[in-house]
Design a protein around this ligand. Structure first.
Ligand SMILES: Nc1nc2c(ncn2[C@@H]2O[C@H](COP(=O)(O)OP(=O)(O)OP(=O)(O)O)[C@@H](O)[C@H]2O)c(=O)[nH]1
Length: 864
């Protein structure tokens, strides 16, 4: 029976596949300067279930900034970068000024914010929590927020992770605690460690799996010396903190620290302010292309075109990769063992000299080993030994994954005791995104008891790999690398001079298949054979496949960015248009102001009418007499005084107050609206720099004052109005009594006892027929005054209403202009970005066409 256990009952996953965004530092020829911008993948632990949930399914809005999709989204740490270190007390005491500074910092240069917990003398849990909430609300998702030591608070405020001191929790515990409390999230929490020594740094990065380090640089320490004495081997970003807290100044050479290999600096708010924007911009070009890391892969592949064919040996740990290589080389050059033996990428190339000292292995600064060996197979083929794809330290697994795109051919070593495990399947799937040709070997086939077990296993592997790779052309060699090596070694301990001299006998069953594998590989080296041609094609296709992958990632990014640019444009346009709704709201609210004003005018009118009613009485003989006899030049009459002092005067004051408030309301409402719009634009597009010329324009729009309605009222004089009233009254009395003479007038004295107009008229009618006729016109005259008052008051109401409406329209118009003005740069920026992205899309599709042509040409390559 074939041991298919691993497929039926998956082995407990040790550590899972995470495909990191950063590619390994290319081989010797290509080494990035330490101060270049990179994206560091953050490695972490996870579980199987998590692996099955691709990050991009869970986070549709997250941009795929990397070519290496993994089960979890590992936060990328851009380097160089600035870590802003905050004290909770400073945040709370600093109030809005401190928050403003943090806001500016994260919008410009800071990629990570660390809020001190118990480290650095942080305050109580309560104040730390409050500070964390404040900082989180400012930072939002623009930078990573990490809390010192306090996993609970980091979780409570949904921070990106924690920073642990030397004596703090183990990284894995902190990470698991955070992951446990946010099972929904596909973004892994960050765990950073503060270290003081190279050993602690190595330990934190290698065994602990910290994501980055904060190195507290003592006053006497020189980073150059420290880096060369151990920190240099640390593979995760190291941010340097000036422990003496003297502050990083330019004179101290913050940029020198970066050149020494630091990934960035840890600065306080004060230090950040002192350094200034320009200096920071010079030091930290944080706006680097996210695909730069992957691009180096392409450049590297192109430069390798003339180099020997690159055969990468991949497979799970302990599957026998090193033994296969040793068997191919004919000598035990590489260590073999049941515990993972290959921790780094080992690059084997040919050394002409056979002397022992020429057979050397060098450790490259990036951790890779380069071994120069005299084995003939290396003459035309470089072989790469990789760490297992399921090794305990995730970094090693990553190394292997990162190496895949560079290889021209993958030799996939499957162990007979566990054929095609889950992690092998996952790894195979991964290789396919790079369109890699894979040749399988079923190693340790000596473990099968008989040929039918072997046949069964082979059938199983072929069937499944066919499905996985979607091809019928699956090449599988069942081998026993150990037997093949032993056979070679026992036949000649001095092998390796020439392949043709290898005494691997076809007749020996255990090693015969290895012979076939070797034949296959050697046929690759002979350009005159079909497989030899294929080798050339594969070599040429390596950069093409990388380019295609890059291109498709670029296309996705550009498509997504265009989508965002379109959304931005729509948002800007809609925001500008929405000012109309704001105007409608203001208009609706203004109705109550108009109502109040109208009812004030109306109330005043009513009071005037009441006064008319009570004044224009024939029974008011005193009044009649004084109007008729005193004449126009006489002192102001009491009724007039009442109009002036009690009715019109206070009404005008009230109206002025009311309209003043109305104008203030208009002004503050539009100013508030304008401010809200401005904030919305600024909040959404923190990166758009607002042109200074615009600021004047916007200030101009908002400064425009409106005052039409108040001017209408100001034009009314209480004195003039009451004079007019007096004139009207006098005219009414004169018109009525002026022709009666003394008899009529004295007769009318009778009426002084009679209260109503009707009674007045009756009495007068009794006294004289002529008097009756004259006096009978009095009601009409009174009515005329009433009408006049109505007309004036209604006219005034109309005028005021119109003026109020005009003030509203002008205010709203100013607000609309203001919003249009402030929105324009954002609208233009979005449009410009969209246009550029559309051009870019076209460029990319042209590149795509060229790549297709190239691929066809490579397929048609012939040796002449
Ligand atoms: N029975 C048998 N054992 C083998 C064979 N090939 C390798 N082994 C054994 O398997 C174990 C692991 O071999 P390595 O070559 O170190 O395996 P590896 O895949 O390079 O291991 P890592 O470098 O740790 O990933 C060793 O004990 C080998 O002796 C084989 O063909 N048959």
């Amino acid at each position: 029976m074939i041991p298919l256990l691993s497929l039926q009952t998956p082995r407990p996953s040790l550590f899972l596949t995470h495909y990191p965004p950063r590619l390994p530092t290319p081989l010797p020829r290509f080494k990035s300067p330490p101060h270049r911008t990179h994206h560091f993948p953050v490695h972490s632990f996870s579980n199987d279930q998590q692996q099955q949930q691709p990050a991009n399914q869970k986070l549709p809005n997250q941009q795929p900034r990397t070519l290496f999709p993994g089960g979890y989204k590992r936060p990328e740490i851009k380097v160089p970068n600035i870590v802003l270190q905050l004290d909770p007390e400073d945040v709370i005491r600093g109030g809005s000024e401190a928050l403003g500074l943090i806001d500016k910092a994260v919008s410009k240069s800071v990629g990570i914010v660390v809020l001190n917990g118990s480290i650095g003398g942080g305050g109580s849990g309560k104040s730390l929590y409050e500070a964390a909430c404040l900082v989180k609300s400012v930072v939002r998702d623009r930078a990573y927020l990490l809390i010192g030591e306090r996993v609970d608070i980091a979780t409570a405020v949904d921070a990106s992770g924690v920073v642990l001191s030397d004596q703090g929790l183990p990284s894995i515990v902190a990470r698991n605690m955070m992951m446990g409390s946010r099972t929904e999230s596909v973004v892994l929490p960050l765990v950073a460690r503060i270290v003081q020594t190279p050993n602690a740094a190595l330990n934190a990065s290698n065994s602990e799996g910290a994501d980055f380090l904060i190195y507290a640089l003592g006053p006497e320490e020189d980073l150059d010396v420290e880096m060369s004495s151990g920190f240099g081997n640390v593979k995760i970003p190291i941010f340097v903190l000036n422990a003496s807290r003297g502050g990083f100044t330019l004179s101290m050479g913050a940029s020198k620290l970066l050149k020494s290999g630091a990934s960035g600096l840890v600065l306080s708010l004060e230090e950040l302010r002192l350094l200034g924007d320009d200096a920071l911009r010079q030091m930290f070009d944080t706006k680097a292309n996210p695909l730069m890391g992957e691009l180096s892969l392409f450049i590297d592949a192109v430069s390798q075109i003339d180099e020997p064919f690159l055969l990468a040996i991949v497979g799970e740990f302990n599957s026998g990769k090193s033994t296969v290589i040793n068997a191919l080389l004919g000598k035990r050059y590489l260590n073999e063992g049941v515990v993972p033996t290959t921790n780094e990428i080992t690059f084997l190339c040919y050394s002409k000299s056979g002397s022992e000292e020429q057979q050397r292995c060098e450790r490259h600064p990036d951790g890779q080993y380069i071994c120069y060996l005299p084995a003939p197979i290396l003459k035309e083929m470089n072989i790469v030994d990789t760490p297992g794809t399921n090794v305990i330290l995730q970094r090693q697994q990553r190394l292997t994954e990162e190496f895949v795109p560079r290889a021209d051919l993958l030799l996939f070593v499957i162990s007979a005791d566990r054929p095609l495990t889950e992690s092998e399947v996952a790894f195979l799937r991964y290789t396919q995104q790079w369109k890699k040709k894979v040749v399988f070997v079923l190693n340790k086939s000596d473990l099968y008891r008989n040929s039918s077990e072997l046949e069964e296993a082979m059938l199983f592997i072929k069937e499944n790999t066919r499905k996985l790779l979607k091809t019928d052309d699956v090449i599988l060699y069942p081998i026993s690398a150990r037997s093949a090596l032993e056979a070679k070694l026992s036949a000649s301990p001095d092998l390796g001079k020439d392949y043709t001299e290898l005494p691997v006998s076809k007749s020996h069953l255990k090693i015969s298949r290895f012979y076939d594998l070797e034949q296959f590989l050697y046929s690759f080296l002979d350009a005159s054979t079909t497989t030899g041609m294929e080798r050339i094609r594969l070599k040429l296709e390596t950069p093409i496949a990388i380019a295609e992958r890059l291109l498709s990632a670029c296309e996705t990014l550009v498509k997504q960015d265009s989508q965002y640019a379109k959304q931005d444009l729509t948002f800007a346009t809609e925001l500008i248009d929405s000012v109309k709704e704001y105007a409608i709201k203001m208009e609706n609210e203004s109705i109550s102001w108009r109502r109040k004003t109208m009812s004030l005018i109306d109330a005043t009118k009513c009071r005037v009418l009441e006064l008319i009613e009570s004044t224009l009485q024939l029974s008011n003989l005193d009044l009649v007499a004084s109007y008729i006899f005193r004449g126009e030049k006489s002192a102001t009459m009491p009724a007039t005084l009442k109009i002036q002092n009690d009715i019109i005067g206070p009404a005008l004051t009230d109206a002025q107050k009311l309209l003043g408030e109305y104008l203030k309301w208009l002004q503050s409402n539009s100013a508030r609206g304008g401010k809200q719009y401005k904030e919305q634009f600024e909040k959404r597009w923190t990166s758009v720099t607002y042109p200074t010329s615009q600021i004047h324009l916007e200030a101009h729009d908002m400064a425009k004052k409106v005052d039409l309605s108040i001017r209408v009222i100001e034009n009314i004089s209480a004195g003039a109005t009451s004079k007019l009233f007096e004139k009207q009254i006098r005219e009414a009395f004169l018109g009525t009594f002026g022709g009666l003479g003394a008899a009529g007038l004295s007769a009318s004295l009778l009426t002084s006892v009679l209260p109503t107009t009707l009674e007045d008229l009756l009495a007068l009618g009794l006294c004289s027929a002529g008097g009756f006729i004259a006096i009978s016109s009095f009601p009409a005259r009174k009515q005329a005054i009433v009408d006049k008052v109505n007309e004036i008051a209604d006219g005034l109401a109309r005028e005021v209403e119109e003026a109020m409406q005009n003030d509203l329209m002008e205010t709203v118009g100013n607000l609309e202009n203001f919003v249009k003005t402030i929105g324009k740069p954002y609208q233009d920026a979005a449009q410009e970005r969209l246009d550029k992205l559309l051009d870019l899309q076209e460029e990319l599709s042209n590149v795509d066409k060229k790549l297709r042509t190239l691929r066809i040409e490579i397929q048609n390559v012939h040796v002449s």
